[in-house]
Design a protein around this ligand. Structure first.
Ligand code: AMP
Ligand code: MG
Length: 312
């Protein structure tokens, strides 16, 4: 039996091929991986995370060939994949006949969200497994996403084996795009900014509207939540922790600064780990500074709004 805390890629691939779960690092956050063609394995992702079954999973591919066997790529889709893969971009595409994915992985939809992660261990693992891997973030549904192997171990009380690749470099989840004819529609803001996509593709990327016909199921208002309550406010009250951006708040005992220099990449990378730290410090309330709504600020603000939303 391999040591669940010191897995090799081969051991992780063997576990995955035998229908077991294994968490692995990607450039965004740690994923809870399962063979996406095995319905029982995928079911254990939903059970382990406590994830609603209507919330489809992103399928990770070793390369574009693997992705093209699962879904139909239009020329625009192919150009996106050529430009941004491997990378933090998930593309929603029509399933190809004979795709072989478990229905539960796509929540029974006729489309699938695919991506090729930009992380050497994730790619090695995908190649060694030889299967597409369903991999949502490796945390209980609705809670903070993990950016280190230790956080994954903590989240599932050491019950899920983890391939350790150190801290994740992007720190927030992938951007999700849908394609409607020649339009690009962002279903979820993420680690690849809309501006970056617009510049490379030389066309606008629309933000999805609430209640739009094209949407991402399972985008819950309360999500990414730490144990502490959060509110968006520049003036922390006595006893409240403060998550700053740029210049820190004075007179506060517990401050974490997402980025003193106001760098949004650094802030995205620090977001979940600082919230994990504040949770670990036993904080009850966190005030959060506003973040500019540009570049990666869109993804950070999306996570902060959901983390601060009333919980059901
Ligand atoms: P997570 O795995 O938690 O990062 O979430 C994946 C998200 O991708 C889901 O919550 C959906 O919102 C979105 N998604 C996955 N598959 C599809 C699909 N076929 N169509 C639209 N959105 C999807
Ligand atoms: Mg998640």
């Amino acid at each position: 039996m391999p040591d669940p805390f010191h897995m090799t890629v081969e051991e992780a691939a063997t576990l995955l091929r035998s229908g077991k779960l294994c968490a692995f690092p990607t450039e965004t956050v740690y994923g809870l991986g399962a063979d996406a063609t095995d319905p029982d394995a995928v079911l254990s992702i939903y059970e382990t995370k406590g994830r609603p079954r209507f919330n489809p999973l992103i399928i990770h591919c070793a390369d574009r060939d693997m992705a093209e066997r699962l879904a139909v790529f239009s020329p625009l889709a192919r150009r996106l994949a050529e430009t941004f893969w491997p990378g933090p971009l998930s593309i929603v595409l029509p399933l190809r006949t004979g795709h072989g994915l478990a229905d539960i992985a796509t929540a029974g939809l006729d489309t699938v969200a695919l991506r090729m992660p930009d992380h050497p261990l994730a790619l090695e693992l995908l190649r060694a497994t030889g299967r597409p891997l369903a991999a949502p973030s490796a945390n209980p549904s609705g809670r903070l996403s993990p950016t280190t192997a230790d956080q994954v171990r903590g989240a599932f009380a050491g019950k899920v084996p983890v391939l350790d690749g150190g801290p994740c470099k992007a720190g927030v989840e992938s951007t999700i795009l849908a394609i409607d004819g020649d339009r690009l529609i962002q279903l979820r803001a993420g680690a690849l900014s809309r501006e970056t996509i617009e510049t490379a593709m030389e066309q606008p990327v629309e933000r999805v509207e609430e209640g739009a016909a094209i949407s991402a199921p399972g985008m819950l208002l309360s999500h990414y939540a730490p144990n502490a309550r959060m509110r968006l406010d520049t003036s922390p009250l006595p006893g409240e922790a403060y998550l700053a951006f740029g210049s820190p708040a004075p007179h506060n005992s517990l401050v974490r600064n997402l980025s003193e220099s106001g760098d949004l990449h650094e802030a995205a990378r620090n977001l979940f780990s600082m919230l994990h730290e504040l949770d670990a410090a036993g904080v009850q309330l966190i005030a959060v500074a506003p973040i500019p709504e540009t570049g990666l600020g869109e993804a950070i603000n999306d996570r902060l709004r959901r983390a601060a939303a009333p919980r059901t």
